[in-house]
Design a protein around this ligand. Sequence first.
Ligand code: 5RP
Length: 218
Amino acid sequence: MSQKTLKQLAAEKALTYIKKGELLGVGTGSTVDCLIALLPEVRHLIDVVVSSSERSTEQLIQLGFEVAPLTDIEKLTLYIDGADEINAQLQMIKGGGAALTREKIVAAHADQFICIADQSKYVETLGKFPLPVEVIPMAVGHVQRELNKLGEARVRSNVITDNGNPIIDVFGLNITEPLALETHINQIVGVVTNGIFAHRPADLLVLATDQGIETIKA
Ligand code: 5RP
């Protein structure tokens, strides 16, 4: 099956987890795009929806959803988002779509985090996918020098996040200790956050494979 079909299947399965009265967080990316397109089917179940990016917000508004500002929300019952890589502990690399900071903030509000992904995202060790790091503009030089001690750090061209910041991608990592590396990179002055989601991993992975849908718990 094509990757696009698998993303669609993961999104369809995720829809079945949305229950009455849901306070729903919606992530960002092409897998989540499939989910957003399906959300009108369960509109009656959703009390509140928030989003992790301007892009997803725009799509939700187009479908007639009123998107709440996260500042109005104390907690979400469910957050559904994709990942660039995810391991058996359901720790992830995210931020390929440059929405990592808002995604991490929305995830921090959620009782349950469901990751939806196609089989190509499931890995033994995180790091083959370049690790995105969002950086305060005036700190780019400093942060890049620090990140170059870990791998090859490249400023992503022509990308500014919804928060107005550049992204540095770190290539060539082999992340054997995701918790420690997430903490370490976040301590570099000028880093807003990095794309390792280890301190707040997903609770459930809905993985679409050629053999069907697998659900994996941490
Ligand atoms: C955006 C993300 C996405 O979840 C991640 O990039 C996966 O995207 P896709 O569903 O397009 O493969 O973290 O910042």
